[in-house]
Write a protein that binds this ligand. Sequence first.
Ligand code: PBG
Length: 329
Amino acid sequence: MFPLQRNRRLRTNEALRSLVRETIVTPNDFQAPLFIVEGENKKEEIASMPGYFRYSLDLLKAEVKELWSLGIKSVLLFVKVEENLKDNKGSEAVNAEGLMQRAIKTVKDTVPEMIVMTDVALDPYSIYGHDGIIENGKVLNDESVEALAKMALSHAQAGADFVAPSDMMDGRILAMRQLLESEGFINTGIMSYSAKYASAFYGPFRDALDSAPVDAQDIPKDKKTYQMDPANREEAIKETLMDIEEGADIVMVKPGLCYLDIVRDIKNAVDVPVAVYQVSGEYAMIKAAAEKGWLDHDAVVLEQLTAIKRAGADFVSTYFAKYAAKLLS
Ligand code: PBG
């Protein structure tokens, strides 16, 4: 009761505030997504993600070393696939000499301790820009799951520590776990994008990989038949618990900021680590507002990362990983 309790006492100065602070963000909390492109000496800025780049494998090495030196312990790999390698079934995804498979080896050869996770979904490989195989205007589930499990195995064979299925097909975690086990990859982990919403915040990412659903007859215009409805909360827990039962080691909520209620629900409901993906559109919004001088860029970046961790994230996949790690050092 006031004045016995004066809450401002604990806020008197920074030393005291830091003493009683509940959430501390460090570079160990960040996972850096990396976009990789074929070729040499390429560092291409993504138009809708100012300050973020696609790297060719030769330049990837320095980037990975720098991330490690800043305290970042994990990367999440994505590849931009050449147009002529795309088809409906994502056949290129299991090429042992494909860009992803070479990227995994490159990172592991450069910094062996770096935890390498790989995106598993067909969209970068699909002529239609969908996460699964299409037939008669529909994204097939079980056929896609089979292709995705083989893709995950191929990443494991190339040396990935974790595979990260982002496709939202039903049953894919079980199929992957079983295939990995039967092939001897008993320690390859699965980070499931378990509560992944059909969000409008993925736009810049699809620019980065040229992977948006194509505008054509009989091709679904969006991903709403497999990604979750942003209006749903209970369903996120159901999805996540099922993925854990199927063998997920880490679960993920995506996007971040608009979904922090889901992060907390899931943190309270599960006993595995919870990752949160602060997605491309969240990055782009901050950049755009800061460019206009309307927001304090650095303060907003740290506030959002702190809020995501406070909500329950054990770590955050974020395009600010390197930048924020530098801010904190
Ligand atoms: C691929 C995938 C997407 C993202 C991560 N993996 C795009 C999508 O589902 O359409 C989005 C990440 C971001 O926006 O930063 N399935």
